[in-house]
Design a protein around this ligand. Structure first.
Ligand code: SIN
Length: 378
């Protein structure tokens, strides 16, 4: 093989990437328009009026990652644009008309409130359009469960919103991204996916955003719902649903982020033997509005930490007890008495998910009982 043959595919990919990224994305001012004027996502494909219309909102991650070796685990997340990802799944064009927007291009370790808000607002805007039937969000897997829960609590639509990622980069041998992306598009295009809240599609499985957790650092079977299992599957290009979460989501929640530009500061404190209680004070002095304790067992606190937490609550900081244990619930008034301590039990939310809900709760109230009810309702 000569040099030209080797480099031509890479050159073509770069040209497609440059062309795609040079298409100007609409500004926020342009988006403040009537429903009819909402800017449509970009497409380069021919429209088939008999197929549903799926919008891909891309944020980066390993699914868009590229490495120098196809067999190693080293790569850089968030390199390839949507158009390159779709080239690996030509079958998807038989399932839906696909348009796309690059909302961010980051590894999800860099995900932040700003992108969450941008994503949720863009979904809420596009969901009003009658020619949009469903959404796929491509995302890094590291913090996928947090973004999924944020969207599950803030998007105001019954239309399918399906999050997808990959554990192997797009340039790896046996990359899982193309199959996951195809399954996600199939799910977003299916009318049976309506009203199920935000769903995460990984490795043939469909999980409720509320329940899904990343459980492995490198394996393709990295997502589980430890307390409830998957709610469906995608096999042979068809979606099969098996259960439905009864907890409130999307259109049923009280969270309206349409005028929110910033979320309250909430931090997580890990529990372990001999933990230094000064960590609680450090967070309080840094102006945190809420603390989630990744407690031991059923959300239990080291005695010296308990004392500092009591003092922090008296100063107006809202404290949620969660657990560093992978499965089970953190229950109210068990070994730790929340009434005495002034704390809130996280129910099934792990610390990183409890943080998301507490940030949203603090937009509305600091009342302990009201926030406790939210943790039991969502
Ligand atoms: C990331 O979360 O962006 C990197 C890891 C991954 O996507 O699997």
């Amino acid at each position: 093989m000569n040099r030209v043959t080797v480099f031509r595919p890479a050159l073509m990919l770069s040209i497609v990437a440059i062309l795609w990224q040079s298409v100007p994305l609409p500004t926020i001012a342009q988006r403040k328009k009537t429903r009819k004027d909402i800017p449509a996502p970009q497409t380069t494909r021919k429209h088939n009026p008999n197929l549903p219309n799926v919008v891909i909102l891309a944020t980066g991650g390993t699914i868009a990652g590229a490495g120098t070796s196809s067999v190693g685990t080293a790569y850089t997340a968030g390199q390839l644009p949507i158009e390159s990802l779709l080239q690996a799944v030509p079958e998807a064009t038989k399932v839906a008309n696909i348009t796309g927007e690059q909302v961010a291009q980051v590894g999800s370790q860099a995900m932040n409130d700003e992108v969450w808000l941008k994503l949720a607002k863009r979904i809420n805007e596009l969901a009003k359009k009658s020619d949009v039937d469903g959404f796929v969000i491509t995302h890094g897997t590291d913090t996928q469960e947090e973004t999924a829960l944020f969207l599950n609590l803030t998007v105001k639509t019954d239309k399918p919103v399906v999050m997808v990622g990959a554990m192997r980069s797009a340039t790896a041998i046996s990359a899982d991204g193309p199959k996951n992306l195809y399954d996600a598009i199939v799910t977003a295009a299916s009318p049976s996916s309506k009203g199920r809240g935000v769903v995460v599609c990984m490795n043939d499985n469909l999980f409720s955003a509320r329940d899904v957790v990343k459980v492995n650092t490198t394996n393709v079977d990295a997502f589980h719902a430890p307390n409830s299992g998957p709610i469906g599957f995608v096999l042979d290009g068809k979606v099969a649903w098996y259960s439905l979460s009864l907890r409130k989501h999307t259109t049923q929640t009280e969270f309206d982020i349409s005028n929110v530009d910033k979320l309250p500061k909430v931090d997580i404190l890990y529990g372990y033997s001999n933990v230094d209680p000064n960590l609680v004070d450090a967070l309080v002095n840094d102006g945190t509005k809420g603390i989630v304790i990744a407690g031991v067992g059923n959300g239990n606190l080291y005695p010296a930490v308990e004392e500092r937490v009591k003092a922090a609550v008296k100063k107006g900081v809202v404290v949620v007890r969660s657990s560093r244990v992978m499965s089970g619930r953190t229950t109210m008034d068990a070994e730790t008495d929340d009434k005495v301590l002034g704390t809130i039990a996280s129910d099934e939310f792990n610390p990183q998910k409890a943080r998301v809900l507490l940030q949203l709760a603090l937009l509305k109230t600091t009342d302990q009982d009201t926030i406790q009810q939210m943790f039991l309702r969502y």
